[in-house]
Design a binder for this molecule. Structure first.
Ligand SMILES: C[C@H](O)[C@H](O)[C@H]1CNC2=NC(N)=NC(=O)C2=N1
Length: 132
């Protein structure tokens, strides 16, 4: 799947028994997302953390903005997408940046939904006002 294929995907209902992605599938999707990155993005994948932290096995990315207003507008757009797709991120909005975290709490790990949402979030960011 290319980044644009991921971005045009739809989230499927995810229940407790849904399978987690394999390490191989995660790395494949992660590379696909990498194609949409630009230098001012920082994206990292936290996998197999030796300590128990709430966001181990999640897909995190910081998007930078010129001020708080534009960061908040982007946050709200991602929120609208989340409600549409019924898949919800962790959002940390600060002056000049928003950190978006995707993971699937129903399975305690990463699902294709997370990569679909990350690709859609990148698209929103590309159109967002006040990107830095
Ligand atoms: C019933 C509802 O669709 C589920 O609880 C959804 C809601 N949004 C969700 N969002 C995320 N990130 N992970 C989930 O497992 C999840 N489950």
């Amino acid at each position: 799947m290319s980044p644009s294929a991921l971005a045009s995907g739809k989230c499927e209902p995810c229940k407790k028994g849904s399978p987690k992605l394999s390490q191989e599938a995660i790395e494949g999707h992660y590379e696909e997302l990498g194609g949409t990155q630009s230098a001012d993005f920082s994206q990292r994948l936290i996998l197999e953390s030796p300590i128990t932290i709430p966001y181990a096995n999640s897909l995190l990315k910081s998007y930078r903005f010129k001020n708080f207003r534009t960061a908040l507008a982007f946050t709200n757009s991602v929120g609208v997408l989340a409600e549409e797709q019924k898949h919800h991120p962790r959002l940390i909005t600060e002056w000049g940046s928003v950190e978006v975290g995707w993971w699937t709490h129903a399975i305690g790990g990463l699902h294709t939904n997370d990569f679909v949402m990350a690709a859609k979030t990148d698209e929103i960011a590309q159109e967002a006002e006040g990107r830095k």
